[in-house]
Design a protein around this ligand. Sequence first.
Ligand SMILES: *Cc1c(COP(=O)(O)O)cnc(C)c1O
Length: 503
Amino acid sequence: MSLDKVDYSQDRGLNYEENLLWEKEHSEHSGVDFPDLKDTPTRTGMDMRDDIGLPQLSEPQVVRHFVRMSTWNYSIDHGFFPLGSCTMKHNPRLNEKVARMKGFAHIHPMQPASTAQGALELMHELQNWLAELTGLPGVCLAPAAGAHGELAGMMTIKRAHEQQGNAHKKIILAPDSSHGTNPATAVMCGFEVRSIPTAETGRLSVEAFKEALYRTDEKGADIAGMMVTNPNTCGLFETDILEISELLHAVGGYFYCDGANFNAIVGKARPADFGADVMHINLHKTFSTPHGGGGPGSGPICCTEELAQYMPVPTVIKGDDGLYTLENETDRPETLGKLKAFQGQFGMFVRALSYMMSHGADGLRQVSEDAVLNANYILSQLSDDFHAPYGGQPCMHECLLTDKKQKEHGVSTLDMAKALVEYGYHPMTVYFPLVLAGTMLIEPTETESKDAIDRFIATMKGIANDVREGDTEKFHSYPISTPRKRLDEVKAARNPILRWKKD
Ligand SMILES: *Cc1c(COP(=O)(O)O)cnc(C)c1O
């Protein structure tokens, strides 16, 4: 038999193929040896051991299966990961070391508070840092992700309106560039979403905002609030945000600030100073706790003193005796209640505080400065090769390009994202925001070296060059070196096959 025909010959160049565990079940060995049970009666009178169809595998087979599949993963520890809006930055190992300290790693939420004072003090300290950085003094750490924080924040706004006799306020304003979770959250809370179109500048304009605010006969009395990301998802700072938030407050609306883009302004600007009433923080973005398959998210919310009475429990409170406790519903009668079991993702609180304290106030400011510098470097290097919308004006921590120039040659954003995979990069965020066609949102973060960024720029320039020269055919079949080649995403989404069947 020729070498090519040998069974299991798919492995090439230490690039491992891997089939399903069930396809290995012809193995003679199981991982565990049970003694024969021939004469042992069962208490129910039924057969003790039916064949439940589990694969018969030895320990080394199981280990190899999962280790091989782990090599198919791409992560921030493998390479550059410029996924816009997601802030895929290096997770410092110091954070891991601190999170693994016995006193933090081995505690249990059911332990009496008197035996967990250190952990509660850590949460109290994290609340203080978040309050200081946002300018918003009420902090609830519990939400389990950004989207969950949005839910917590919007329920807080809803509760405030209800308690203040303003239940008729039903409209939430959101820019058309907003993250999908924003309108989805507003609708889940029973609000109606009114979209504000993005202006020519890529920002909110006061005119468009006023038009949306006063659209009905109620002249703004029906407005419950707005959900705005600043900087926005085009990577631009909302320069009119002060005037906009004042107009909103004048009609009794609250400003929910989506804090996912906080990395661009942390240590530089406090959202409370531009009018935010409540915001979530993605600890797994700005404060470097692992995400994207690497760990659970954590989306604390911060809010004004006025809204703090309504937000979910618990926060950590420090008593006059110097002892820390997790508050419960009876401590704060106006609260909307509990949204998450116990206190939230404690391990992430440890990592986030470790990150903050190791950077310090000046270090956090430098984080945002370097993140913004890196994004502008990429924008300046690529704006000849790719269409940079909104006049190619300087951006914040992420830069926006589109496929306008390449599209003329039949190559789309999707094709270029696939080419990046072929050349060893995780693609940027594609087709988001939705306000323009073929968008590519690139966020390098502050943790990449100039060398890594230069190599990414060279790859992008290479793509633009080949498209210009008419060498376009290959872009429709990339990636060709990955185990699964080019996937048909539309077919996968429309006709998913989620169960393995024995043939
Ligand atoms: C990431 C992100 C969210 C949601 O955060 P999750 O932790 O993924 O739920 C919301 N808004 C924006 C702009 C984001 O980038």
